[in-house]
Ligand binder design. Structure first.
Ligand SMILES: *[C@@H]1O[C@H](CO)[C@@H](O)[C@H](O)[C@H]1NC(C)=O
Length: 513
């Protein structure tokens, strides 16, 4: 099916666009980020472009026009660091911790043998376009200067101030929460204060801890480029940013012209038939239907504390529904007859099945998008802060509920499942969300490919960049204006000479602000 879709895309390739050489860098140590971008990279290869993809999940079978540069040491480096680092105790440490992880990821790319031997030596290879995972990995953006090619960022989680800055997008803190807070766009006063403080801490940490390390790596691995372009200028020179988000999935917000929402481009639109035993088990559920339970590719159910696992098992045993549980072991002691375990499920095909009534999920972004696409209500058991935001949004939108997996009781778990299955509004809202999400002029995948080729056709499409990208830091944040306004309010207010219309305007904005 995918092959058919890709060949349709190939036929639509405008004749005047020549095949481009594309370097893609997606060094995520967990599989889900790469899953969200793989169809896009293969789609570009399917259109005749030569794609070189630096990643940790190489293709099992060869794909035409597609070369993997395998980051074999990435997960080892990453896990080693995770084990070494102490749990952060405050927001500053939490940021330092996250920044360290991204330094390790970036270093794994730049010090990889194949990268060092084939991509970094000057004049060895040439590319027309660089596509990077935009996630605090500034040093490897240096490939854009190195190859003198336009750069596109792909953000696998959507956006926040950090991604916004790449294209000069505005992020009003009053309704764009930092992902790590777990808040939605509707924040109480306290939450807004907390979002503001957390964002300032993240921003200071980025400037003081993160950037110096990346500047060092950039100067070390791209010495020629570093002489020509400063890293801080480079990371305001993005041609395009693609976001794995959509207003129908999260919330509406302003976007500059070169920031494009392509949330859920990994979804294949035609579900495949399920394996026979699975289909039979689902069909055997009768009127009651099936609950699908998976904690995603990164969180393992088999590693849940035994007490938690027993609580979940007892709850499932007491339900009239049948349950599919993604469990990564062959045996699940005490497994009741209405529970079916598998190490891996074809999740999208299961969610597409009409007999599947509820998705109990860890709340990761891909699972959230898939449940919306297929119109299924969710019970979220978030394991990390980004997931908490998704679960809170599901609750706010009315197609799901959330529980704390560490503290929930068996009764709470069962009652929440029953509510989600019995109150029709959850299923209705889920269907409505699905209709809104699917109602787009082009599929997210076609959108991503179209804009990528737009950048190629218009040699970087710099006419889309907003002017603030070329002004300094102080102008970006209007700091000089805030300075003037603060000075004005401190200085004698009765100094009439200063009461020119321009300054008065500043002052009244300050008062309103
Ligand atoms: C910005 O990117 C364009 C290519 O898209 C390039 O010509 C220009 O030199 C870059 N400028 C900086 C400061 O990196």
């Amino acid at each position: 099916m995918r092959a058919l879709r890709i060949s349709c895309l190939v036929l639509a390739l405008p004749a005047y666009l020549q095949a481009a050489r594309i370097l893609a860098i997606f060094p995520s140590p967990g599989p889900s980020q790469y899953i969200s971008v793989e169809p896009y990279l293969k789609g570009l290869a399917g259109r005749g472009h030569q794609v070189t993809s630096v990643n940790a999940f190489p293709q099992m079978k060869p794909v035409a026009n597609f070369r993997d540069v395998f980051l074999s040491e990435l997960s080892d480096n990453y896990n080693e660091l995770i084990n070494e680092l102490k749990e952060p105790t405050n927001t500053w440490e939490e940021n330092t911790y996250i920044n360290k992880l991204f330094v390790v990821v970036t270093r794994s790319v730049l010090e990889n043998k194949e990268v060092a031997e084939t991509l970094l030596p000057p004049g060895k290879d040439q590319f027309d376009l660089i596509i990077v995972e935009a996630l605090r990995s500034d040093a490897y953006y240096g490939f854009a200067v190195h190859f003198n090619a336009p750069i596109i960022g792909f953000s696998t989680f959507g956006t926040d101030w950090n991604i916004d800055e790449l294209v000069g997008n505005v992020s009003p803190l009053s309704y764009t929460p930092l992902l790590s807070t777990g808040f939605t766009d509707r924040m109480t006063f306290q939450k807004r204060v907390s979002n503001f403080i957390d964002t300032m801490i993240a921003w200071l940490n980025y400037i003081l801890v993160h950037m110096p390390e990346h500047v060092q790596m950039y100067e070390k691995h791209f010495p020629e480029a570093a002489k020509r372009v400063k890293l801080t200028d480079l990371n305001r020179n993005f041609s395009l940013v693609l976001l794995n988000q959509h207003f129908s999935l999260s919330f509406p917000r302003p976007n500059v012209p070169n920031m494009i929402e392509v949330g859920g481009l990994h979804i294949s639109h035609k579900p495949s038939p399920l394996p026979k035993d699975l289909e039979e088990f689902i069909q055997g559920s009768g009127e009651q239907g099936v609950i699908y339970f998976s904690l995603g590719p990164n969180v393992l159910s088999k590693e849940l504390p035994v007490k938690r696992r027993d609580l979940i098992l007892k709850t499932f045993a007491s339900l009239p529904q049948r349950v599919l549980w993604k469990f990564e072991d062959d045996n699940l002691p005490g497994k009741p007859a209405n529970v079916f375990i598998r190490k891996w499920f074809p999740q999208q095909d299961i969610l597409a099945h009409p007999k599947v009534k509820l998705f109990i999920t860890h709340g990761g972004l891909l699972s959230t998008i898939e449940s919306i696409h297929h119109g299924k209500p969710v019970l979220g058991l978030p394991f990390f802060n980004g997931a908490l935001a998704n679960v809170n949004r599901a609750t706010q939108a009315g197609y799901g509920l959330g529980l704390n997996h560490k503290t929930m009781s068996q009764r709470e778990f069962k009652e929440t499942i029953e509510r989600l299955l019995q109150e029709p509004r959850f299923a209705q809202t889920a269907r409505q969300m699905s209709e809104r999400y699917r109602d787009q002029p082009m599929s997210p995948l076609a959108t991503a490919i179209w804009w990528t080729e737009y950048v190629l056709r218009h040699k970087g499409a710099h006419h889309m960049r907003v002017a603030v990208q070329d002004s300094g830091f102080f102008a970006y944040y209007d700091l000089e204006f805030i300075g003037v306004a603060t000075w004005m309010s401190l200085e004698s207010l009765d100094d009439l000479e200063l009461l020119e219309p321009k300054f008065l305007g500043y002052r009244s904005i300050m008062v309103v602000g």
